[in-house]
Design a binder for this molecule. Structure first.
Ligand code: NAP
Length: 502
C-alpha cells in the first residue's frame, strides 16, 4: 500500500471508530468539509498537509462508547408496531447521528401470536407490562397501551418508581394522572416524554416546554381531533348531513365504531388540559373544561357560516382570564381567512399566542402510526442524549391549583340559529328580548331555502332565522334565550355557536 492509500485508510478508520461523518472530519480535522471526498477520489494532499492532519487525528481522544439505551415497549398496536419498525430500520443511522445505540430489548402486548407486520422474535416477551417496566434489561419504558388507568398506569408508575424514564403517547393517562406522574418522576429523577400525546406528529410539547421557554403564553387554541375536522370539512364541501358524513368517516377508518369520545369533544378535552397546564402553569384539570361536541351541527349552520365568511371548526381554546383559566371545547365560527380555517380534513393544528410571538401556528398529522411513532422516537432520542426537563414545564410544586373561569363569563360574538313561528311580531319580540339583555345584533339572516330539523315540528310553519351578535357575555346570551323560549315564538332548541376572531 502506498503512502496515500495508507493515509486514506487511517482517515477511514478514524471516522469509523468515532462514528463521525466525512464532512465532520473535513471540518474539524482538515479544515475543509470536502476533504475526505477529495481524498476518496484520489486527490492526495501535500506532505505537510498530511502531516498536520495525522497530528490532529492523534490529538483527538478515542470515542467514549456510551452503552446502548435498552428500550422496553409495552403495546404493539398502531403506534407500538410503527415504533418498533422504525427502530429496526433506522437504528444504524440513529446511532451515527445521536451517538448512542437504541436497542429494543423487550416488548409486551396482549397476544403474543398476533401478526403485527414486525418480527418480535428477537425481543424478550412479557405478558405483564409492569414486569416489563421493572425488567433489568430495560433502561427506558415506552407505554403505548392506552387507557387512563389499568395496566398503562400501573406500568408507568412502576418504571418511574424504579427511576426509569418513560415515554408515552397516552393523553387520557396524562389528563387524569399527569401531575401525580410528574411528581413521581421528580422524586426519582426520571423523565417523562409525551410529545405524541397531543396532536400526534406535531412537536407542540417541545415547542412549549423549550422553544417558548422564555415567552408568556396568552392563548392556545387548536384543532386536535382529526375525526371531527374530517366531518366538518366534508360537510363544508358537500351537501351531506352530519350522520351520513360520520358513517363515511367510519367506513374510511377515520372514526371509531363508537365515535362518542371524538365527536362529543372529550378527546380534544384531554389534549387541551395537557396543553393548558404547560401554557399557564396550573395543575391539569381535564374535568374543568366546558365541552360541546359537533353532533348538532347542520348543513344550515355550515351554509350560513360560509355566506358570512366563516368556517365551522371544533376548537379547543384555553386562555388565562381574570377569573382563572378559561378552557373550552366547542364548534366555533372562524374567519375563512384565518390560518386555523385552512387546516382541513384529518389534519390538526395548534396555535400559540405569546407576548413575543403574536401567533405561532403548528399544523400537521395529529394521528397515524408513523407520525405518532416519530414523536415517540423524538422523546427517546432526547432521553438517549441525557436530556431532562420538568415534564410539565415547571416543577410540580410550582403548579397552581386549577381555578376555572366559568363559561358564563366568556365574552365573544355568537351565532344563534332559531326556528321562529311564522306569526306577526315574532321576530320583533325576539330582538326586544336580546336588547333587554344588552345584546346588540350585527346581522339577522333569513334564508327561505334553509330548513332546519325544528322547522317541521308539529307541522307548523316556521322560518330559520340566524342572528349574529356583537361581542357579548355568554351569561347574557343564555338569559336572553331563556326569555325568548318563554315567549313561545320559537320551536326546538336554539343552535348557539361561538364566534372566535384571531
Ligand atoms: N393511533 C394513533 O394514531 C394515536 C395517535 C396519538 C396517540 N395515540 C395513543 O397511543 C396509544 C396507543 O394507541 P394505538 O392506536 O397504538 O392503540 P392500539 O392499536 O389499540 O394498541 C394497543 C396495544 O396495547 C396492547 N395492550 C392492550 N392491553 C394490554 C395489556 N393489558 N397488556 C399488554 N398490552 C396490552 C394491545 O395488545 P394486542 O395487540 O395484543 O391486542 C395493543 O398492542 C394510546 O394511548 C393512544 O391514545 C395513538
Amino acid at each position: 500500500m502506498d503512502e496515500s492509500a495508507q493515509f486514506l485508510q487511517s482517515v477511514e478508520d478514524f471516522i469509523l471508530r468515532r462514528s463521525w461523518s466525512a464532512t465532520r472530519f473535513g471540518r474539524e480535522i482538515a479544515g475543509d468539509p470536502q476533504f475526505v471526498f477529495d481524498l476518496r477520489e484520489g486527490r492526495a494532499p501535500r506532505a505537510d498537509t498530511r502531516q498536520r492532519i495525522v497530528e490532529a487525528m492523534n490529538n483527538v481522544p478515542e470515542r467514549q462508547e456510551q452503552p446502548p439505551l435498552r428500550i422496553g415497549v409495552a403495546g404493539l398496536g398502531t403506534v407500538g408496531a410503527a415504533l418498533v419498525a422504525m427502530l429496526d430500520e433506522g437504528s444504524g443511522d440513529l446511532t451515527r447521528k445521536h451517538g448512542r445505540t437504541l436497542q429494543v430489548t423487550s416488548v409486551a402486548a396482549r397476544s403474543r401470536s398476533r401478526d403485527r407486520g414486525i418480527d418480535i422474535s428477537g425481543y424478550e416477551w412479557h405478558d405483564d407490562p409492569v414486569a416489563l417496566a421493572r425488567a433489568d434489561n430495560v433502561d427506558l419504558f415506552v407505554e403505548l397501551i392506552g387507557g387512563e388507568d389499568g395496566p398503562a398506569l400501573a406500568a408507568v408508575r412502576a418504571a418511574l418508581d424504579a427511576g426509569k424514564p418513560v415515554v408515552t403517547a397516552n393523553k387520557a393517562l396524562l389528563a387524569k394522572h399527569g401531575v401525580e406522574l410528574a411528581r413521581r418522576a421528580e422524586e426519582t429523577g426520571a423523565y417523562i416524554g409525551f410529545e405524541a400525546a397531543v396532536a400526534g406528529g406535531i412537536p407542540v410539547i417541545k415547542t412549549l416546554r423549550e422553544g417558548l421557554g422564555a415567552a408568556t403564553v396568552e392563548r392556545v387554541y387548536g384543532i386536535m381531533n382529526g375525526t371531527c375536522n374530517y366531518i366538518l370539512t366534508r360537510m363544508g364541501k358537500e351537501d351531506i348531513s352530519f350522520a351520513d358524513c360520520l358513517k363515511d368517516a367510519q367506513a374510511l377508518g377515520y372514526a371509531e365504531a363508537d365515535p362518542t369520545f371524538d365527536i362529543e369533544g372529550f378527546d380534544t378535552a384531554h389534549k387541551l388540559a395537557i396543553l393548558s397546564c404547560l401554557c399557564f402553569e396550573y395543575e391539569i384539570a381535564a374535568d374543568d373544561i366546558f365541552v360541546e361536541g359537533i353532533t348538532a351541527i347542520t348543513q344550515a349552520d355550515i351554509k350560513v357560516a360560509a355566506d358570512l365568511g366563516y368556517k365551522i371548526k371544533l376548537l379547543g381554546i384555553a386562555r388565562r382570564s381574570g377569573d382563572g383559566v378559561e378552557q373550552r371545547i366547542h364548534p366555533t365560527l372562524v374567519p375563512k381567512s384565518s390560518a386555523i380555517a385552512m387546516v382541513d380534513n384529518v389534519l390538526n393544528a395548534v396555535v400559540l399566542e405569546t407576548d413575543h410571538v403574536s401567533e405561532l401556528v403548528l399544523a400537521g398529522p395529529g394521528a397515524g402510526g408513523s407520525a405518532t411513532a416519530a414523536s415517540v422516537l423524538a422523546d427517546i432520542l432526547d432521553i438517549a442524549r441525557g436530556h431532562n426537563v420538568p415534564p410539565l414545564g415547571v416543577p410540580t410544586a410550582e403548579l397552581l391549583p386549577f381555578r376555572k373561569a366559568p363559561i358564563r363569563s366568556h365574552e365573544g360574538g355568537y351565532y344563534i340559529r332559531l326556528s321562529v313561528r311564522d306569526v306577526p311580531g315574532a321576530l320583533a319580540s325576539i330582538t326586544t328580548r336580546l336588547g333587554e339583555c344588552s345584546i346588540s345584533l350585527e346581522s339577522v339572516i333569513q334564508r327561505p331555502d334553509l330548513v332546519a330539523e325544528a322547522d317541521v315540528t308539529n307541522g307548523e310553519k316556521t322560518r330559520t332565522v340566524v342572528l349574529i351578535t356583537d361581542e357579548t357575555l355568554e351569561a347574557s346570551v343564555r338569559e336572553a334565550l331563556s326569555r325568548v323560549a318563554d315567549d313561545g315564538f320559537t320551536s326546538g332548541s336554539p343552535q348557539v355557536i361561538r364566534i372566535e376572531t384571531f
